[in-house]
Design a binder for this molecule. Sequence first.
Ligand code: SF4
Length: 381
Amino acid sequence: MPLNRKIAYIDLTTGDIETKPIPLEARKKFLGGRGLDAYLLYNHTKMGCDPLGPDNTLIISGGILTATCASATARTHVMAKSPLTGLLGSANMGGFFAPELAWAGFHHLVIKGKAKHPVYLYVHNGNIEIRDARGIWGQSATDSQWAIREDLSDQEVKSCVCGPAGENLVRFANVMTGIKNSGGRTGMGCVMGSKNLKAVAARGTMDIKIARPAEALEYNKRFIDQIVSAKVNQTQGVLGTPFIWGATNSWGGVRSRNFQYNQCEYADDIEPERIDEICEETMGPYHMTGCFGCQVHCRAQYKITEGPYAGRYDEGPEYTSQGAFGGETDTPRATTVLTGNHLVNQFGMDNLETGSLISWAMELYELGIITAKETDGLDLR
Ligand code: SF4
């Protein structure tokens, strides 16, 4: 088991970086990932601190089995005091970042303070460097990841970033990695932005030692057999998570028109099979992909087929984007869902918060509480 991965304590105000082993006692009590993050947050955050102030602590981590042969351990976890709720902020995302962080020698990064100007952290085989991100600030979540690879002249670097939403302190900004992997809810991207921290980049080639590799592989094989034989995972591997929204909408379990209705009618164009058709038309038959070491491969790939963003590539949509930009707003058109999904991914913004706010504004407009004067002429009916 990779018990030699470390915690790094990084102070962006002073530039001090300290690395420490993870105490075995803490491991036994909290394992890793979210559990150990909560312990670290509790011990390293001042009571009553401003979530957007330098005293808030942002923690980025992988789980105890991340980067081993264990299945479904791709997730990166992010924790801080939430600027959205003032309570515990916790978000996690798929992709490839957490394994790279573990190969670079770390399981937990504990980040405090605020940098004088935009920076990013580069974690590389036991070392951590604070680098200038002024040239990357302002770029979309996707473009900033490409820019970091260029800056480091290494196309294998994996980054988690805040997009323009986090930079501008949108309270529901996400941390993003890859095209659409989103650490959403509770505004962890906003905390990154408040620290002038554009990104954390990782690249590692350090071995992970497994005490009994043959037994670990055998145990994992049994686990994988369970995963791939479950109908729910087989369906996700074909249709992604949109099948969840489709099924839930069929029995009236979704929210629509700002919670006025519990079903979105005439939703054929955003049913999972229709979205799958568009993915196949634009990306070919093998359009499903997945995160590190995951057998479910629930992530669809697509290109937008019409409108001002026609031809743009993206991934998903998850059932949450389907609900946010099709169901909640009662605009059940595939192009609307796929475009909305693309834009929140680029801005690094939570899809459900965004869809809920739009549907709320639409109802306010219908009721005459806001008018074209407040929307700069946009007709929200
Ligand atoms: S491929 Fe899907 S199920 Fe697997 S880790 Fe990624 S998001 Fe989760």
